[in-house]
Design a protein. Sequence first.
Length: 239
Amino acid sequence: MRLNKYIAYCGICSRRGADALIFSGRVSINGDKVTNPAIDINPDSNAVRVDGKKIHPEEKKVYIMLNKPAGVLCACGDKRGRKTVIDILGNINARVFPVGRLDYDTEGLLLLTNDGDFANRCIHPSQKVNKTYNAVVSGKIDNAGVKLLRKGVDIDGRVTARAEVELISKSKTTTDVCITIHEGRNRQVKKMFESIGCRVKSLKRVAIGELRVDGLAPGQWRHMQIKDFNNIGVMPDGV
């Protein structure tokens, strides 16, 4: 089994996150530091450690959907003592991690799991899992701006994939917009609006695929059900 896949299988993070751990020198095999995510290991005879702690496969897979409030960090811990999404969950007797990220000031639907393969499939661009956001942005967006967002805009030298964009309402100073994308670049939605001269004042992810955050108040969470996976279009192995 590849090293990055084994780390994901143990529920430490997604496979992409495992690559980052390995590249940063935080992973060792039998006491020797490794930096190659593709190296093959035998879990029965190799001791894999992350930050010096030996890792083992999680016996029970856990899948959670959370309505993340604004002002909560999308991380498993914070050296500065800020509240994290893990703090919201409390004691669930499993070590889970966020599937993708929402900015500190962004709220809405977030998945958490200890199943690295499931997480990787949810966020991998090839799966084209849609993420839908409601945004309040400064200024008025005209038809030309909508067309640009739908077609794709340049962010950091790369043009975004086509997006679904719907204007909900306008005031003298702001515009309410619903936007759906399937990519997951850093601060992508905010940067897309910035590219047409608008600043995001508030942002909420309301859906992943057809799975909506409706029914969960900010800070509330629940375990996922079969119908939830069907709504996303990604089914965990063995479910």
